[in-house]
Design a protein around this ligand. Sequence first.
Ligand SMILES: NC(=O)C1=CN([C@@H]2O[C@H](COP(=O)(O)OP(=O)(O)OC[C@H]3O[C@@H](n4cnc5c(N)ncnc54)[C@H](O)[C@@H]3O)[C@@H](O)[C@H]2O)C=CC1
Ligand SMILES: O=C(O)C1=N[C@H](C(=O)O)C[C@H](O)C1
Length: 266
Amino acid sequence: MIKVVVAGAAGRMGQEVLRAVHKSEGMELVGAVDKFQEGVDVGTLIGTGELKVLITTNLEETLVTLKPDVLVDFTTPEIVFNDVKIALKCGVRPVVGTTGMGSAELAEIKELCVKAGVGCIVAPNFAIGALLMIKFAAEAVKYMPHVEIIELHHDKKLDAPSGTAIKTAELISQVRGDFQQGLAAEIEKIPGARGGEFDGGIRIHSIRLPGYVAHQEVIFGGVGQTLTIRHDSISRESFMPGVVLAVQKVMHINSLVYGLENILFE
Ligand SMILES: NC(=O)C1=CN([C@@H]2O[C@H](COP(=O)(O)OP(=O)(O)OC[C@H]3O[C@@H](n4cnc5c(N)ncnc54)[C@H](O)[C@@H]3O)[C@@H](O)[C@H]2O)C=CC1
Ligand SMILES: O=C(O)C1=N[C@H](C(=O)O)C[C@H](O)C1
């Protein structure tokens, strides 16, 4: 039985993860951490009836007391790095969905995994369709190197651009190599109108509106044609098979894996 603690348990993703872990065979939900809803039984929160797992607020205390195998983290860009460090210090394997960590933090996590001798999975997106979108985009860019990304999310999202957009840009940029798109003489009459620039002129545009869940278009332009690869998460259930898979897989690795595609498509 894999013992799981969920951090960010009262949040949009956290509650979905509580349900998924509770329903999954071979997993036991032993703890839940959030700064809100302290003392609330998670069963009440997710509508299953009492589960005798109460929300706590101190992650380190919770991990030391409950000694889980895995910490699933869906918190905020501000605290996720600290949560991962706490987990690794306690010998607990992190599965991280929270976005916002940069390359310096990932490099440090990689070292901490080696030190702790346990694995960690950081996945900017757990939805299979999103992973396929990124994979297909990395293929398309070989033939159509002019590309821009539009990501569209709900208006409560804290970070921009999305972790998925950054991961997409990283991969297509890696495949595309030394290529520069766009006009050096371009004039932006409203700052930001052309989006944020990743490497080589790849632009990322972030839209935040009520009504959206998580969506992304990768648009390629060629002579007389465009190609759009689009993914839509229309509910947060879309991420759950990936989260459950990551919880299972993290038990068998002892290093950092950044991106679920490295597990799914290997
Ligand atoms: N990798 C993936 O597939 C996905 C990743 N995400 C990412 O997951 C993260 C969470 O997203 P949502 O659930 O929509 O956010 P949310 O705001 O609904 O949930 C975050 C939770 O963290 C809690 N929290 C904040 N600070 C805390 C602290 N100091 N101690 C304990 N708990 C604290 C909040 O109270 C809240 O309940 C975001 O970074 C988002 O980008 C979201 C969807 C899919
Ligand atoms: O905040 C969200 O909602 C999402 N965040 C992740 C990201 O930043 O890419 C994954 C998905 O897009 C939903």
